[in-house]
Every structure is written in structure tokens, then in C-alpha cells.
Design a protein. Structure first.
Length: 266
């Protein structure tokens, strides 16, 4: 009889639905990938309640590398020590990083692991990579943690932010600096605007203050003076008309001794 490879289960909580799915697949938590379809709603006095729903897929046995097995054990241990009600399962790597070991964390308390703008999640991921490398001596791939598909939502939010800022820069011609971001998030901004026709991006700053600046590809045109067409040469002024030189008047007195002058007595 062929093993079932995937099931969808509904229950009161996500954890309960996962346990039912594991029982149906006859698999351990490190042998499956869990996708939360709905977290459900408790309702009020029994009215309007919705069940949580999950889709659980069996992972190919060849995909369980030593790094994946060790990292999964490390995450399980840390969650237990922190007292967090959450479940860690192996996920599928993204196409742009196919060698990575992905661990999805789900559960009622999973959101506590994200922190402000993902800072707690990045710290936990760093710790898991360090401990896993110490256990194995080395790792064949990086370990990436995700909580309730937070990274996917964050990526979409960054892409939308990049497009909004690009439109603003294209309209005003003025550069805009984004807030400091980790390298992975800066990369999302750069890739989103890589082929934009009107703007370009560059990273500035050092360490935790490093950020992305969105700049126009061309400088804005200079503002023309009032009454002057843009790009037209300045109007030439007409030469001032010179006044004619004064001519001697017939009433003006003539110097002595000249014809027409009155005789003087000696």
C-alpha cells in the first residue's frame, strides 16, 4: 500500500490539527512540511467559531540532510527552553536559495518570536546557525527560520514600499532615504527597482545604520524664469537710440569780431 503524501486537517487549534495530520500520515514532525491554511477563530459563546486548518506534506527522505536534522533538534530544544508553545517543521527552500535548510515555526505563541521588524527572529536564526555548526563541525547550507510566513509577508510589504517610493522620486526628482534595514531586506529593495526606468538605488551608511537611497536617474530640469520659454536663449536688448548733438542757435551771441556781431566802442 502506497503511503499518503499529503493531508488537510481541521481542528480547534493549529497544534491539534498538526498532531492529527501526523497520525494520519504516520510520520514524525521532522518528516513533514506544514502549511497553515487558517488559524481559526474562537467565536463568542460558541457562535461564529472557525476551525484551524493545515495542509501537511510528507518530505522526500533524501531531503533530510544532516544539517536539517541537527537544526530541527536545536530549534525544538530552544523552543522548549523558552517555554514557547510552537511547533518547528522543515519547509521547502525558495528557488533563489535552493541549498538552504528552511524551518517553519507555527503555533499559538509563534508570533512572540518575530519581535520588532523581525529583530528577534533574526537573533534566533543566528543562534540556531551557530549551535548547529558547532554540533556538526560545519554545515552544508545556511539555516533559515520563518514564523507563520512572516518573511513572505515582509517581502511583499518591502516590494510595495519600494514601488511607492520610486513613484514619488520619479515625480519630484528628489532622492528619498529609507530607514536602516538588514542586508536581506535591502536586497529586496534593490531587486524590486533594478529595472525601473526612472530611478536607481544605492546603499549608504555602515553597520546597523546602513540603508537604501532611491535616486532619480536624471536630474530635474532647471526652472525657467517667468516670461521666458524653457530652453530659449535670453532676449537681446535693442541698442539705445542716441540723441542728436545740439546745433548752434541763431539767437546765441557771436564772439567779438565775427560777421554780424555789433560794433564795440573803443
Amino acid at each position: 500500500m502506497q503511503e499518503r503524501q499529503q493531508v488537510e486537517v481541521s481542528a480547534k487549534t493549529v497544534d491539534e490539527a498538526i498532531e492529527i495530520a501526523l497520525h494520519q500520515l504516520e510520520a514524525g514532525r521532522d518528516e513533514v512540511e506544514v502549511e497553515v491554511l487558517s488559524r481559526g477563530k474562537p467565536g463568542f459563546l460558541g457562535f461564529g467559531a472557525e476551525l484551524a486548518r493545515v495542509r501537511v506534506r510528507r518530505l522526500p527522505k533524501a531531503s533530510l540532510s544532516p544539517t536539517a536534522t541537527a537544526a530541527k533538534e536545536v530549534v525544538d530544544t530552544l523552543l522548549k527552553l523558552m517555554g514557547v508553545s510552537a511547533t518547528a517543521t522543515l519547509g521547502q527552500p525558495s528557488p533563489d536559495n535552493p541549498q538552504a535548510t528552511v524551518i517553519e515555526i507555527t503555533g499559538d505563541d509563534a508570533g512572540l518570536l518575530i519581535g520588532r521588524k523581525g529583530e528577534s527572529l533574526r537573533a534566533l536564526q543566528f543562534m540556531v546557525n551557530i549551535i548547529t555548526a558547532q554540533r556538526l563541525g560545519k554545515t552544508d547550507a545556511p539555516v533559515l527560520l520563518d514564523v507563520e510566513h512572516y518573511k513572505e509577508r515582509r517581502t511583499k510589504a518591502l516590494q510595495n514600499l519600494a514601488l511607492r517610493v520610486a513613484e514619488r522620486v520619479a515625480q519630484t526628482g528628489h532622492p528619498v532615504s529609507l530607514e536602516p534595514m538588514p542586508a536581506a531586506e535591502r536586497r529586496v529593495i534593490h531587486l524590486t527597482l533594478a529595472n525601473h526606468p526612472a530611478v536607481r538605488t544605492e546603499s549608504v551608511g555602515e553597520g546597523e545604520e546602513r540603508k537604501v537611497v532611491v535616486l532619480p536617474k536624471q536630474r530635474p530640469p532647471r526652472r525657467s524664469r517667468p516670461g521666458r520659454a524653457q530652453g530659449a536663449p535670453p532676449a537681446r536688448q535693442a541698442p539705445r537710440e542716441q540723441e542728436p548733438a545740439p546745433t548752434p542757435s541763431s539767437e546765441a551771441p557771436s564772439p567779438p569780431g565775427t560777421p554780424g556781431s555789433p560794433a564795440t566802442n573803443p
